[in-house]
Design a protein around this ligand. Structure first.
Ligand code: FNR
Ligand code: LAC
Length: 367
């Protein structure tokens, strides 16, 4: 009888044993020497919890809101591409798990399930669409229209990817999407009107990016996006106070403090370490979320104590999807929910509103 999986790392260990190398290396890789990949996780350990005692924690409320929508606890699913490499149900299964757990799901543009399949497979899930703005703005318009029609509640514009970071293992593996899978969101796109050919199926990620991504994007393109939709816009990939202020000035609804799971520019700081400066810069003028390295309930607690409204998880959901599809992701989210509840109660917090910066100490503050 196999042992039950009881923590996020158990799902990672399982996935590392069973995933084919092409997919596994794509999922787990960070950019270049992967120093930020390691630091995203290690940095959380440098923040120490400072619990308060003799506070009534007999009844806990883990819920919060994100963009005005209530979620059962402050852990959402990040956009990660090509999930059908992990399980035949792919992104639909992940969305179903988020739906079952009452939290938000983000669909990657580079998904192996379409906007419409998510709407059909998980009609009640709070769903965000992760977007790149393409060279051909008509492709962007087509995708945004489809997201609106498919009941997506926000656009998550990724701003740290003019092109993809260097992932050494993918280059060695000559990573390609397995031929039986498709970039589903591109199936229904009318490239003809844009005079551009779609990224050839089975092409490598870098060729895909080179043919579609626009490295000339600037802050004025936020106005373009706002001109074609009324959906709230969240910027994903902000790592400095300067850009956080520009994001607020651009009128976005939220920012995700993210280094793309350390897959873009290696040796940037861990997201938890830059969160405080960004929260201070934003001054509550938009919501601030965090992703990168969240593996424990205490990590969730620490991010909230430093000012994040919620966190997003990427790789843990992929590994849980590998383990057992929708049920696997649901059990992972349950584990994180229980761990977060424990971190709250043992820190003297009955609700997320009780979580304060004074409940953390950075290890450098100890003699
Ligand atoms: C990603 N990420 C990502 N981000 C994005 O904006 N669009 C995308 O298509 C993808 N695809 C993707 C694939 C894989 C395999 C990974 C690991 C990551 C980044 C993702 O949204 C998120 O920022 C990180 O995954 C968060 O870090 P953790 O939780 O994986 O440590
Ligand atoms: C990645 C892209 C798909 O990180 O965002 O692989």
């Amino acid at each position: 009888m196999a042992e039950p999986l009881v923590c996020v790392d158990d799902f990672e260990r399982f996935a590392f044993q069973v995933l084919p190398r092409n997919a596994l290396d794509y999922y787990r890789s960070g950019a270049d020497n992967q120093s930020t990949l390691k630091d995203n996780v290690a940095a959380f350990k440098r923040w120490k919890l400072a619990p308060r005692v003799l506070r009534d924690v007999s009844s806990l409320d883990l819920s919060t809101t994100i963009l005005g929508h209530k979620i059962s606890f402050p852990v959402c699913v990040a956009a990660t591409a090509m999930q059908r490499m992990a399980h035949p149900d792919g992104e639909v299964a992940t969305a179903q798990a988020a739906q079952a757990m009452g939290t938000a799901f983000t669909l990657s543009t580079i998904a192996t399930s379409s906007l419409e399949e998510i709407a059909q497979g998980a009609p009640r899930v709070l769903r965000f669409f992760q977007l790149y703005i393409y060279k051909d703005r008509d492709i962007t318009r087509q995708l945004v229209r489809r997201a609106e029609k498919a009941g997506f509640s926000a656009l998550c514009l990724t701003v740290d990817t003019p092109f993809f970071g260097k992932r050494l293992a993918d280059n060695r593996n000559k990573f390609k999407l397995p031929p039986h899978l498709k970039l589903a969101n591109f199936e229904g796109l009318d490239f003809k009107s844009s005079g551009m050919s779609s990224a050839k199926e089975g092409s490598g990620l870098n060729e895909y990016a080179a043919s579609l991504f626009d490295p000339s994007l600037t802050w004025k393109d936020i106005d373009f996006l706002k001109s074609i939709t009324n959906l709230p816009i969240v910027l994903k990939g902000i790592l400095t106070a300067e850009d956080a202020r520009l994001a607020v000035d651009a009128g976005v609804a939220g920012i995700i403090v993210s280094n793309h799971g350390a897959r873009q520019l290696d040796t940037v700081p861990a997201t938890i370490d830059v969160l405080p400066e960004i929260v201070a810069a934003v001054k509550d003028r938009c919501e601030v979320y965090l992703d990168g390295g969240v593996r424990l309930g205490t990590d969730v607690f620490k991010a909230l104590a430093l000012g994040a409204k919620a966190v997003f998880i990427g790789r843990p959901a992929l590994y849980a999807l590998t383990y057992n599809g929708a049920k696997g992701v649901e059990s992972l989210l349950q584990i994180l929910q229980q761990e977060f509840a424990s971190a709250m109660a043992l820190s003297g917090c009955a609700s997320v509103l009780d979580i304060q910066p004074c409940m953390l100490r950075h290890q450098t503050t100890f003699p």
